[in-house]
Design a protein. Sequence first.
Length: 275
Amino acid sequence: MSYSIQTNVNSIMAQENLRVNGEFQSRTINRLTSGYRINSSGDDAAGLAVANKFRSASAELTQGVRNANDGISTLQTIDGGINNISKILDRLKTLATQSGSDTFTGDRTVVNNEFTTLLGEVDRQAKNIGLDTGGTYNASINVYIGGGGATQANSEVTVDLSASKVDTAGLSLAGQKVDTAANALTAITKIDSALTTLGQAQGSVGTGQNDLQYAVQLAQSQISSFAAGESRIRDADIASEASNLTKASTLQQASVAAMAQANSAPQGLLALFRG
């Protein structure tokens, strides 16, 4: 084995190991303080791409759940309006039945005035909930939730209310009167038909609510799965990193001590020059 003053190989090796151990310690501290295993693309480029995809899908679904809940709230408002219109139809039928009897001795004009006023109220309420003819929600409504992959249609829930018209025109009650017994009997038949139409509209609204609720349940399950997948890739294993920090600190101290020894070794050659 040769000895050299010009090149201290052991010191160079110690310096390199000190650098490597220093980087290891720095990376471990970074992971412990941030809580993430991946803090930059260089840590795991492929894993980061997958984790970002999971995070993006989770963000999309989180907003999608809000969209679905907004849709459910809208349908609940519509459902409440339809229920109220159903009560008005009950009153209309009561008035028509009263006027349709030949034994009625009251004033049919008074009865007809109330009947006409209630028909106007049906139109007003139908417009308020957007189910009048050509109304806001008298259409096929698409609620975007996400989670459907490359197929956008799988990311949407469609609530078809295009056939759900609950104003007097949609219920075929426009122009009905109970000013005579004959007209009242005709109105009773029309009201029976209107109740069937109204029930169909309620069925469409109820189906839409159920579909959105099921979609929310699926989306929440997907959010949990994507979050778990991202965590497994991106998050640091704290127990493992704590162990690594202890290891890194020990190696760092050992490297410093070894380099000190390596740097002092050439001084031993000076003894060769002593007489």
